[in-house]
Design a protein around this ligand. Structure first.
Ligand SMILES: [Zn+2]
Ligand SMILES: [Zn+2]
Length: 554
């Protein structure tokens, strides 16, 4: 019998916090771990989402035995609806909550017929053909998160998922370190894939329940209405807010589409417990005294159309803010969102609203483990090899460094990147191949947008647009009209008149005599006109707007 072949193909999440996605290949069969989105950065103009490149999956769909989900965050489940377009059907395994969070989007896209959702329970082992996958509970900022023990013929690949080691979790469901230790002591952990998000930070992450006191103080001590914003998937945080509200005689109203949806799903599954008589519609808050109201809202990341941003702008149809309101941001701005969040806070404060956020009170803790959590995981799992996942390069570097400081030889720790194909043998680990793993952009309902489109938008945004209009006689090549120049966002109008005149002359001069050269070709017209105008614009204004020559033949 030939030696077993085990490969890990990274399709996303290595070098960015987002679009987490990998395939594990065992003896020619594949399973996929997570399928998430990346939220666009500021310079990705007009882009709604960034996806993994699914071309590897598309080409190998016939070998795919299922998708397993570590947990229900968008950076792990948000791209499933797009993945399904590339396969005929797919078994998708995850916790009940992750499954229900994922199902909503898939149904919205009309792809429910392709997905076979399979809810698994804590510590369950599922046979996916070439591998057995064990779903091990871990603590994180969404309930029912899993680490995955993927049992292969070469030993266990342990994927931590996103985790911290919370000894006093809100729902009492702890990271099952005992089981991980048992695996380490029996079959052994061949390879650890470990969350790197907070690997730069020493110490341990605080327990989610450690902020209960502080949340309680802020809410109970405020004599008026409280509006609390948080991630819509952070069910434990919502539970804590609701508990404080109930204890202090407040009713809970919910604002924002995703918040409403997730709260409803979590309550149905029993992952969130709010007494029926304490949950009211937003309209009902009108009849209550302000100190009897807690509104739980979306918008903790400063998202422009969210309930909180609309409130800050005075445009929320349900809530008008008054000076005696308090807004509690029980969250931390995700990198890239700091400016937007700061702006929302400023707007709220200009209205005289009191704002409490994580910089001034302990109203947020991270769901990702710091070095203490990561090293605890490593000392329990005692892996033979380690690859950091889930993070920017610097996060992965620190996670790798930690593994080596804990005694793993350098040859057994790999820092990989998206697209790397890693091969495991009994004694070695190495990158052996590459697959496409670039960004796939989603722009509205339109499919893929290429890099070039984004570059064009950046030029348009930063430098503006200059359009050159020419009408040419198709037979003689004689210019019948133009050159005329129309600009947007290039230079300000008053100074522009003269400059535009000169630009027209420069183009006309460049085109002079072109019809007598006997080489009439609209492409030559276009190229020559564009070059002349580009040169003029660059020399005179030191700018590089997008230049679009429009040559019409009659
Ligand atoms: Zn997560
Ligand atoms: Zn994540």
């Amino acid at each position: 019998m030939t030696d077993p072949s085990v490969k890990i193909i990274f399709l996303g999440g290595l070098g960015e916090v987002g679009r987490n996605c990998a395939c594990i290949e065992v003896n020619g069969r594949l399973i996929m771990v997570d399928c998430g989105v990346l939220f666009p950065e500021l310079d990705m103009l007009g882009i709604d989402l960034v996806l993994p490149d699914f071309s590897f999956v598309r080409e190998n769909a016939h070998r795919l035995d299922g998708l397993v989900l570590t947990h229900g965050h968008e950076d792990h489940i948000g791209a499933i609806a797009y993945l399904l377009r590339n396969v005929d059907s797919l078994d998708i395994y995850g916790s009940p909550l992750a499954i229900e969070f994922a199902r909503g989007r898939v149904v919205e896209h009309g792809l429910a017929g392709k997905a076979n959702f399979i809810a698994v329970s804590d510590n369950e082992i599922r046979d996916l053909g070439s591998v057995q996958v064990e779903f091990i509970p871990v603590t994180h900022s969404v309930p029912e998160a899993f680490a995955l023990a993927i049992h292969t013929p070469l030993g266990v690949i342990l994927h931590t998922g996103d985790f911290k080691i919370d000894h006093t979790p809100v729902d009492g469901r702890k990271t099952n370190l005992a089981r991980i230790g048992e695996i380490a002591n029996t079959v052994g952990v061949k390879l650890l894939l470990s969350d790197s998000t907070k690997a730069e930070e020493p110490g341990f992450s605080d327990s989610e329940s450690s902020i209960k006191q502080s949340l309680g103080d802020v809410i109970t001590q405020h004599p008026g209405r409280v509006i609390a914003a948080s991630f819509a998937s952070h069910i434990h945080r919502i539970q804590q807010l609701a508990d404080v509200a109930v204890d202090s005689g407040r009713y809970i109203a919910v604002l924002g589409r995703s918040m409403k949806r997730n709260i409803s799903i979590a309550r149905q599954l029993g992952a969130l417990k709010i007494p029926e008589d304490r949950l009211i519609d937003i309209e009902q808050t009108e009849g209550l005294r302000p100190r009897e109201v807690l509104v739980v809202s979306t918008g903790s990341q400063g998202e422009p159309m969210s309930a909180l941003s609309l409130m800050a702008a005075g445009e929320n149809r349900w809530i008008t803010l008054y000076e005696d309101d308090l807004v509690l941001l029980s969250s931390h701005a995700v990198p890239g969102n700091e400016t937007a969040v700061g702006r929302v806070i400023d707007k709220l404060m200009r209205k005289g609203v009191r704002v409490v956020h994580s910089a001034i009170a302990k109203v947020h803790v991270s769901g990702h483990g710091r070095q203490g959590d990561l090293s605890t995981m490593m000392s329990v799992a005692r892996p033979q090899n380690m690859i950091p996942v889930h993070g920017e390069y610097r996060h992965m570097w620190h996670n790798a460094d930690l593994a080596m400081r804990m005694g793993l030889p350098k040859s057994n720790v790999l820092i990989c990147q998206d697209g790397d194909v890693v091969e495991l043998t009994d004694s070695t680990i190495a990158v052996v191949d590459k697959v496409p793993a670039g960004y796939t952009y989603v722009d509205g309902t339109v499919g893929d947008v290429v890099e070039e489109v984004i570059r064009d938008r950046q030029v348009l945004a930063e430098e503006g647009l200059v359009v050159l209009v020419l009408t040419v006689d198709a037979k003689s090549g004689k210019i019948l009209y133009g050159p005329e120049i129309v600009t947007k966002g290039w230079i300000h109008a008053p100074e522009a008149e003269e400059l535009l005149d000169e630009a027209r002359q420069a183009v006309a001069a460049a085109l002079e005599g072109i019809e007598t050269e006997g080489v009439y070709d609209p492409e030559i017209f276009r190229r020559r006109a564009r070059r002349a105008l580009g040169k003029f614009v660059a020399e005179r204004t030191r700018r590089r707007p997008m230049i679009v020559p429009v040559v019409t033949e009659v």
